[in-house]
Design a protein around this ligand. Structure first.
Ligand code: HEM
Length: 233
């Protein structure tokens, strides 16, 4: 009897395919004969992969919040750092789509997307409230320890664990804003800044999103700290 064949249940000839569910996954892609043009495959793959990774971030944020409440700040910072790395990957993924010619995208846009829009992305929309999910837990920790944000910034080594968490939140925030900026540049490059989206929203509105941090108080505190340092000359 062979000891090399698959042992897991599922479709596919190998345990790799059965575990990853490769046949089902690839079935989610539009068949080649139904693509509006050959470039559509990249467009669909990018969005499908993005939804999986956005879902993963949502999952990790759900793990990070209770860790903050339990004062396991470094563990929480590690998970938020992981989320930042995923967002950075998603930003790099956006850049791949810049290789698409605008004329090719217009064929996809007018024949395949219906009234669909990135604004309807469930994964992205859940991440718009990462600030509201994480911030109350962090405020609880500060209140329990009797430490304020500006005190953490004044003495980062004295409040090392809280400072590490602050840095992780800022890294994540920055990565998210960078994603939004890169996506805005992609949209301007492919359809221009004046065009109305398929939802009737001007593409230029994307610009507002590049100026909306998830943790505004963290950024304000940096300005407050700077104001405390006056040159002596
Ligand atoms: C041909 C490339 C693309 C163009 C021209 C484009 C265009 C746009 C425009 C005009 C909007 C704002 C208004 C609306 O959606 O109705 C938007 C929003 C959005 N798109 Fe794209 N997009 C492109 C590629 C992508 C990719 C590759 C992703 C993700 C993988 C993505 C995800 C999103 C998300 C999440 C939003 C909401 C963003 C926000 O509110 O800041 N888009 N896109």
């Amino acid at each position: 009897m062979s000891h090399t064949g698959p042992i897991l249940e599922g479709k596919g000839d190998t345990d790799y395919e059965r575990y990853v569910r490769v046949p089902e996954l690839l079935d989610l892609q539009k068949p080649v004969e139904r693509l509006s043009n050959p470039e559509e495959r990249l467009f669909q793959t990018t969005h499908q992969a993005a939804e999986l990774w956005l879902h993963q971030i949502d999952y990790e944020i759900d793990r990070a919040v209770p860790l903050i409440r339990e004062d396991k700040l470094i563990f929480a910072a590690d998970l938020i750092d992981r989320c930042k790395r995923i967002i950075t990957l998603l930003r790099d993924q956006i850049v791949i789509v810049e290789t698409m010619a605008p004329a090719d995208y217009h064929v996809i846009r007018t024949t395949s997307l219906g009234r669909g829009s990135g604004q309807e992305s469930p994964g992205f929309n859940k991440l718009l409230n990462v600030g509201q999910r994480v911030w109350p837990a962090f405020e609880e920790v500060m209140a329990r320890s009797g430490v304020t944000l500006i005190e953490i910034q004044r003495d980062p080594r004295g409040h090392h664990e809280m400072f590490r968490l602050v840095q992780a939140m800022m890294d994540y925030d920055e990565a998210f804003l960078n994603w939004r900026f890169t996506h805005m540049r992609l949209a301007f490059r492919i359809i221009g800044s004046k065009v109305m989206s398929l939802k009737g929203v001007p593409a230029a509105q994307l610009e507002a999103g590049t100026r909306e941090p998830l943790f505004p108080k963290l950024w304000e505190t940096i300005s407050d700290l700077t104001a405390e340092f006056k040159p002596e000359y």
